[in-house]
Write a protein that binds this ligand. Structure first.
Ligand SMILES: *[C@@H]1O[C@H](CO)[C@@H](O)[C@H](O)[C@H]1NC(C)=O
Length: 218
């Protein structure tokens, strides 16, 4: 009897986690209507890198995602040695990475991956702070931070400076999210697979559709 009464709760939990994906120009065209029909509800789309590069597919992807009903946002690939965090936040916001509390726009995401760009952990933390603070002053939101446990540990010394302000998008391809770095109590989005039936990577939001909408409302 106890087990039976638990079943609806388990089913509800499985349904609650909202599926999504993230894409860039590597996906030349995306079947957004099909992706939406498959159950996915959010997408992060590459917008910029450094202060010189805008993804050539950003606009068409963003329009396609919007028309299909997705909650969507842009992301910025960090180039911490090419210019300051603030300069890159300005460039990102000027090229699609802005935010408004319309319920369909995710806070811009800062993509931190690769090597540590030769920066000390304290210089990296300063660079990320400079980006985050500028993004906040321009948009009213702090960016979502995308990282892996190993990148955050080696490149920031496992900094606990961002968990109170930025939602975490944790990358770990596998069946569990593993260690959550940086003092974050949980991930907001987990990138759990480097592929997706509709292109890009597979992501899951740590909550239901109402909570996802809240993230896009502020
Ligand atoms: C970013 O860093 C520059 C250079 O150190 C500084 O002048 C500026 O005030 C910083 N901006 C923010 C928003 O932290």
């Amino acid at each position: 009897m106890k087990l039976l009464s638990l079943l609806p709760v388990i089913a509800g939990t499985a349904q609650a986690a909202v599926q999504g994906f993230d894409i860039s120009h590597y996906q030349s065209s995306v079947d957004f209507a099909g992706a939406y029909s498959s159950g996915m509800r959010f997408v992060y789309i590459k917008a910029t890198e450094g202060t010189t590069y805008t993804d050539p597919k950003f606009s068409s992807h963003y329009t396609g995602a919007t028309n299909a009903g997705f909650i969507r946002g842009g992301y910025h690939f960090a180039r911490p040695t090419s210019s300051s965090g603030a300069a890159q936040a300005q460039y990102f916001v000027a090229h699609g990475g802005g935010w408004s509390g319309d319920g369909i726009t995710l806070p811009g995401m800062l993509d931190l991956e690769g090597d540590c760009a030769g920066l000390s952990t304290s210089s990296m933390v300063s660079w990320i702070s400079n980006f985050s603070n500028e993004y906040h002053s321009l948009t009213g939101r702090y960016p979502v931070i995308y990282t892996t446990n190993s990148w955050w540990t080696s490149c920031t010394g496992n900094s606990g400076s961002f968990h109170d302000t930025s939602p975490l998008m944790l990358a770990r391809w596998g069946s569990s999210a593993g260690t959550i770095p940086g003092g974050w109590p949980y991930y907001t989005i987990w990138q759990y697979k480097d592929s997706n039936a509709y292109g890009g990577d597979s992501d899951v939001f740590n909550g239901d559709a109402t909570q996802l909408k809240k993230l896009a409302t502020g």
